[in-house]
Design a protein around this ligand. Structure first.
Ligand code: PLP
Length: 370
């Protein structure tokens, strides 16, 4: 049995005919840039996230960048985020001229350590970017309380958390604004790059609409130094069709995660992901931990099972950030995790037999002598 880490072909096939119908209309009308499909998807996605506004942009990175710009965060400001995120979270902060300040993760759930967050706040801190990593919401209550007390903005990085809940509320509706990515492999993925900002702040939404479109509300009238960061109309059509299936696909992800959890429960030498009481997890990734990680990857790959490490190097140890002078040992919990984690195959069209094969292969490996 060959099991890729991610197989999108079945999901794409499911929606192909409706997408091509919608694409035909776009092509017939030459409605390519900020077309009616973008407007329609923005409304649908805002409603799904229980937010007043959604603004389609070119990527998740741009969604974060444009939120920071629209909040007037830049040179001289500090923004706090997680050491164990995808690099985009920190890059967005750097790209507006602000300084990324990192905090360590909780060993239990891989999410930002709120205690560490509080100690990282300085008079220059302007915002916090909690990352709903792997599909599980950060507990937003203590973060919002802290932010309110210290006068800070909160920007959710919801790039891995489409549909996830925190105390029954949707990710994307919990902070001052949220950034989503529609990179193909995300829980809601386009046929290319895409992203969105969600917010209940009308002024912020309006400014991001302007910034994404050359700083212009009215053609050839430019009020700010804007960017070209629009969600393509053809991608909006894909996303609008896929959004109708998202709840079902997320439920299937939960089923697969449950089957992994049952199959791998009480296996010595393995730590499984946990779901916090306040959270409804959407299992963007199923991340296990073992001290014998590298050998396990080899073993799985030799048996045609795809797996990936998210992420092998924490942000502070990336070469791109060498100039910051962060050291190994600065965020020990994230560093230790980076050496032990492994993401197993998980995609909505994965069969029970495929999950069982992965489970059996892992048990076989761990029961062998070191
Ligand atoms: C994917 C991702 C991003 C960036 O999204 P792009 O669309 O690839 O720019 C940002 N943050 C996190 C946590 C992500 O997983």
């Amino acid at each position: 049995m060959k099991i890729p880490f991610l197989d999108l072909s079945a999901l794409s096939a499911e929606i192909a005919s409706e997408v091509s119908n919608r694409w035909k209309v776009i092509v017939d009308q030459s409605d390519f840039v900020l077309g009616w499909e973008v407007i329609g998807f923005e409304q649908e996605f805002a409603e799904y996230c229980a937010c007043d506004y959604a603004v389609g942009v070119a990527s998740g990175l741009d969604a974060l960048k444009l939120i920071l710009r629209a909040m007037d965060i830049g040179q001289g400001d500090e923004v706090i985020t997680a050491a164990n995120s995808f690099i985009a979270t920190a890059l967005a902060i750097s790209s507006v001229g602000a300084v990324p300040i990192l905090v360590d993760m909780n060993d239990r759930d891989f999410l930002m350590d709120v205690q560490a967050l509080e100690s990282a706040i300085t008079p220059r801190t302007k915002a916090i970017i909690p990352v709903h990593l792997y599909g599980q919401a950060v507990d937003m209550n203590p973060i919002m309380e802290l932010a309110c007390k210290r006068g800070l903005k909160v920007i959710e990085d919801a790039a891995q958390a489409h549909g996830a809940l925190c105390n029954g509320r949707r990710c994307g509706s919990l902070g001052d604004a949220a950034a989503f990515s529609f990179y193909p492999g995300k829980n809601l993925g386009a046929f290319g790059d895409g992203g969105a900002v969600t917010t209940n702040d009308a002024v912020l939404a309006d400014r991001i609409r302007m910034l994404r479109n050359y700083g212009s509300h009215r053609r050839y009238h430019h009020d700010e130094l804007g960017e070209n960061s629009r969600l393509d109309t053809v991608q909006a059509a894909v996303l609008s069709v896929k959004l109708k299936n998202l709840e079902e696909w997320n439920a299937t992800r939960r089923h697969i995660a449950g089957r992994y959890a049952a199959g791998l429960a009480n296996v010595a030498g393995l730590r499984l992901p946990t779901t916090n009481e306040y959270a409804e997890h959407v299992h963007h990734l199923y991340v296990i931990r073992t001290m014998r990680r590298d050998a396990l990857i080899q073993y799985l790959q030799d048996r045609d099972i795809g797996c990936i490490i998210h992420y092998p190097i924490p942000i502070h140890l990336q070469k791109a950030y060498a100039y910051r002078g962060w050291m190994s040992g600065d965020f020990p919990v994230a560093e230790q995790a980076a050496n032990e984690i492994l993401s197993l195959p998980l995609f909505p069209s994965m069969t029970d037999a495929q999950v069982d094969y992965v489970v059996d292969t892992i048990i076989e490996f761990l029961s062998e002598r070191e």
